[in-house]
Design a protein around this ligand. Structure first.
Ligand SMILES: Nc1ncnc2c1ncn2[C@@H]1O[C@H](COP(=O)(O)OP(=O)(O)OP(=O)(O)O)[C@@H](O)[C@H]1O
Ligand SMILES: [Mg+2]
Length: 225
């Protein structure tokens, strides 16, 4: 059985209106970005290195506040309404560089659940550990795992939350063929009820097939494909 844990806020629509973002006050990593995600589904963002994918995902995850323009979630601007913390608690963000803390694989996978004060559902961690072939590493310090296994642990930490919105940056880096296949299956299933925004350089046929919409970003400017 797949585990299930529900978030707090039910995301339906996410909109960016004329969003600009600058790290240094001079150069813009995002320039006049407009986009709208209506309902659940997998939204793909592609583009060359340095084009602004990670920056865009961080704006969507409410990590970066737009320098200009606004983000609306279900029609509400969380930055002006003091809602950033409650909305962040209902979404999951997977960094492009896997975040692994001291502790074994179980501890790392359940970290998000515990930070959000959610119960670890019976068997849920075991389900994913077995599915992704991590059983033999289960009691190892997760910091000692290989790059691909560290990445999958950081992804499972988010999948197990069954978030209302999943923002996932370059999930396929370092993953072997089997794990890519399994992950695409899981993302496809999750996208039925979750808004997933993913950046990737790997345009697998299966991921293109399950994408609801695809966007390209070049030099901070986004367009729908
Ligand atoms: N912390 C930062 N401080 C200053 N500039 C930054 C920072 N992070 C990113 N940038 C700049 O913002 C622009 C967009 O970077 P971003 O990481 O969003 O690109 P990306 O499309 O995710 O690239 P990649 O495919 O390499 O992951 C780049 O010019 C980058 O140098
Ligand atoms: Mg990036």
């Amino acid at each position: 059985m797949r585990p299930s844990n529900m978030g707090v806020v039910s995301f339906v629509d996410v909109k960016l209106e004329d969003v600009w973002y600058t790290y240094d006050g001079v150069n813009y990593a995002l320039s006049s970005v407009g986009m709208e995600f209506n309902g659940s589904g997998l939204y793909l963002v592609t583009g060359p290195n340095g084009s602004g994918k990670t920056t865009l995902l961080k704006v969507l995850a409410l990590i970066h506040k737009p320098s200009k323009g606004r983000i609306l979630i279900n029609g509400v601007n969380p930055w002006s309404r003091g809602l950033t913390d409650s909305i962040r608690s209902s979404l999951a963000y997977v960094h492009d560089k896997p975040l692994i803390v001291k502790g074994d694989v179980d501890y790392n996978i359940s970290l998000g659940l515990r930070l959000k004060n959610l119960e670890v559902a019976e068997g849920s961690i075991g389900y994913y550990i077995e599915r992704y072939g991590l059983s033999e590493f289960r009691k190892r310090d997760a910091r000692s795992l290989s790059a691909g296994n560290r990445r999958i642990v950081s992804i499972l930490r988010a999948l197990i939350l069954k978030p209302k919105m999943l923002i996932i940056d370059e999930p396929f880096n370092h993953l072997d063929v089997k794990k890519v296949e399994l992950l695409i299956e899981d993302l496809r299933e999750l996208s039925r009820n979750t808004t997933i925004v993913m950046s990737t350089h790997y345009l697998y046929k299966e991921i293109l097939e399950c994408a609801k919409e695809r966007y390209e970003i070049i030099a901070g400017r986004l367009r729908k494909l």
